[in-house]
Write a protein that binds this ligand. Sequence first.
Ligand code: BES
Ligand code: MN
Ligand code: ZN
Length: 480
Amino acid sequence: MLIQFVAQIDASADVVAFPVRKGEAGALGALLGAAAKQARFEGAAGAIAETAAIDGEQARRLLLVGIGEGSVHDLERAGAALVARLQTSVETLHVDFASAGSIDEDDVLAFAMGARLRNWRLDTYRTRLADTAKPSLRTIVVASRAGDLSARWGSYSAVADGVALTQTLVAEPPNILYPETFVDRCQHLTDLGVEIEVLDERQMKALGMGALLGVAQGSTRPPRLLAMRWNGGNPGDAPVVFVGKGVTFDTGGISLKPGPGMDMMKWDMGGAGAVAGAIKALAGRKAKANVVGVVGLVENMPDGNAMRPGDIVTTMSGQTVEVLNTDAEGRLVLCDAICWAQKAYDPKVIVDLATLTGAMVISLGHEYAGIFANDDTLATRLIAAGDTSNNKLWRFPLSAAYDKLIDSAIADMKNIGPREGGSITAAQFLKRFVDDGVAWAHLDIAGMAWADKDGAVYGKGATGYGVRLLDRYIAENHEG
Ligand code: BES
Ligand code: MN
Ligand code: ZN
């Protein structure tokens, strides 16, 4: 979808939307004022009222869209709501900001961003979609006093491309998206200047990644470790490293999950998806920072060769793990990915993202992801980036008392703690693999990668959570 920014609305426009601030519908002219009144439209962010008008020879479809208080989030919501309404009926939408009161460049761009984000969908597998149900919207022409914003739009558009990649990776079915094909789907990042490195099973074995390989051994799909490196900063500056859990399907392994809802575990690679999308966003907008995305890709299956509860694996760090539940596999994948990332890049900052625990969904539902950190500054910065990007984070504790809960009687640690505090003991497990001096944060996004209902800037399904958060974190702390 193309978005154009102009100073003046086109006189021949036949579908026109007018953004309206909350409480200002009364100031509209007779026709639009009547449309607002007839639909009880008051300008709430994302609310829409429609009417039609005959203008000489031309019939026009006119829409009012609420922008609430006019915050950036309100404007995103408004742009998204219009696309949700018009995606399959209109080809070109004109937006006239003249009625919207005082609006600056950032506001117009936020509106366009909401529209762009909401336009993502995956129709690959719908072979019988009626023509009238297919997307028709090709162009949005936004008219405002800000005029041509195409120079600034490039960065926004790059971030939207990153979010879309994440959504596609998360939504693809697990027979199509598995470790090798996840890597294939990221190869195009080299076109943006990203350096890609892929480790196969043999290389990971040589490095001693017994935990990640233990998870993978029950699957016929070979595992991969994928590193995506964007060098936009000063040569020689240590990169920020993002690490993602990429379990392309999580059956639980021999500790098999119950059948109902197991299909949802196709999005157990949401952390890896967010990391790939974030690298795409950063490279696409040529971020002035060095950033590496490392994702551990495996499929967790039950099989004659699968890991057993009770098995002890040796991680790349040398620490041993008693695997008491093969369904607590994410931490086994992440611990080797984190260890490798530290050896390969010597980072000062690591942020990992993972759909790690069901307990996190019980704690926070679908509004916030949980953040755990060994560094208060890093936690504060990530939480702030979450607020600006509307990818919200809520901090959880770490402590020696929680850490003790994963001590094992036979190995260095076990991969599960008691049922209580399950998200925290999972984070404590990861912490044991973080080197001294590295600022580390773990984001448990189990409740956020997928949504059962529409959100402000996405329809139900894959949300793309994490991409805009990581993009803002880099922009606000590591560029310039
Ligand atoms: N991928 C799941 C966590 C999950 C559950 C994400 C529901 C999203 C929605 C993870 O691998 C898992 O199975 N965790 C177990 C850990 C337990 C065995 C200690 C869980 O949360 O039940
Ligand atoms: Mn699991
Ligand atoms: Zn999992």
